[in-house]
Design a binder for this molecule. Structure first.
Ligand SMILES: Nc1ncnc2c1ncn2[C@@H]1O[C@H](COP(=O)(O)OP(=O)(O)O)[C@@H](O)[C@H]1O
Ligand SMILES: Cc1ncc(COP(=O)(O)O)c(C=O)c1O
Ligand SMILES: [Mg+2]
Length: 290
């Protein structure tokens, strides 16, 4: 019997609704991965509501919890680490310590870093020290890096002029260490207005994918976290990077279709669970070169 992969997911938790682990854990479980959620914050709700209650986890708790798992002899079963929103650079460094600890026991373990920097227009911006940490320290240790366009711009220090420019910017990130860069959301001059586009860049090739852009009165939150989580889950389940990319696009689109049909602001993950596991839509990524 094939072993079920185990994944340590270090990101935020919201009590109500879906962002961070609250957007990614259930879908990753639903596709067949054992998830170990380590919540960097516990907030009542995501920050786009403009108000929330809750607390940030003390950075020293991250290595302490990882050591707790080591102490019961289970850390070597960890096949991958996913990190998302960071409250501080100290929290980020604590995650890297945990990743190093896991890789020392299981050298095959993978690390996916979602370099969450927020959106100025969404009112969510991370401190400069977190951006610097993501670029200078986390990127070097990550096997997979999943920026959106704003995060890619921040890494490159400029905005792109074309799709090929985005490709070049993502390729430049590969040189910092990751095996693959998944750009979860492209935006560049000349992009068709009715599409939502993503890019996968690996040492073996690069692929571009377009899916329909759906209309929402308020943009749902947690889509990026869902995207990174499903991509890593499918890689752990044995998909090629390209197959995991295409699956992720389809499953996320299914969630958005269900969310739109319900006129819901929060992602309809429970209602969409069968569509996540078995997407009915399929999007084919096309190779793209410089
Ligand atoms: N097919 C789609 N149609 C409309 N909006 C989408 C679609 N896919 C993603 N979005 C929205 O686009 C925005 C950008 O997503 P992205 O940059 O990938 O992640 P993040 O959720 O980290 O902001 C999000 O607000 C998301 O809700
Ligand atoms: C607590 C929390 N975690 C994570 C996120 C990131 O969500 P997204 O995937 O939309 O970037 C947000 C966005 O507001 C948030 O409030
Ligand atoms: Mg995001």
């Amino acid at each position: 019997m094939k072993r079920t992969p185990h994944l340590l997911a270090i990101q935020s938790h919201v009590v109500f609704g879906h962002a961070g682990n609250s957007a990614a854990v259930f879908p990753m479980q639903r596709v067949g991965v054992n998830v170990w959620p380590l919540n960097t914050v516990q907030f009542s709700n995501h920050t786009q509501y403009g108000q929330w209650a809750g607390e940030v986890l003390a950075p020293q708790q991250i290595p302490a919890l990882v050591e707790g798992i080591a102490a019961i002899g289970e850390l070597g079963n960890c096949d991958a680490v996913l990190s998302g929103y960071l409250g501080s650079a100290a929290q980020g460094r604590a995650i890297l310590t945990g990743v190093a600890r896991i890789k020392a026991i299981n050298p095959k373990a993978l690390y996916l870093c979602d370099p969450v920097m927020g959106h100025a227009e969404k009112g969510c911006i991370v401190p400069q020290e977190v951006s610097d940490f993501l670029l200078e320290e986390a990127a070097a240790m990550a096997d997979f890096l999943c920026p959106n366009q704003l995060e890619l711009d921040s890494f490159a220090g400029r905005k792109p002029q074309s799709l090929f420019d985005c490709l070049g910017m993502a390729r430049a990130l590969l040189a910092r260490g990751p095996k693959a860069v998944l750009v979860k959301h492209l935006d560049y001059p000349g992009k068709l207005p009715d599409g939502f586009e993503m890019l996968l860049v690996t040492a073996d090739g690069s692929w571009h994918l377009r899916r329909p852009l759906l209309a929402f009165p308020r943009q749902p939150v947690g889509v990026g976290d869902l995207t990174s989580g499903l991509f890593l889950a499918r890689v752990l389940l044995g998909d090629s990077l390209l197959a995991a990319f295409e699956f992720t696009a389809a499953a996320v689109h299914e969630v958005l279709l269900e969310t739109q049909a319900c006129a819901s602001y929060e992602l309809e993950l429970v209602r969409a669970q069968d569509r996540i596991a078995h997407p009915r839509v399929r999007f084919e990524a096309t190779p793209i070169g410089l």
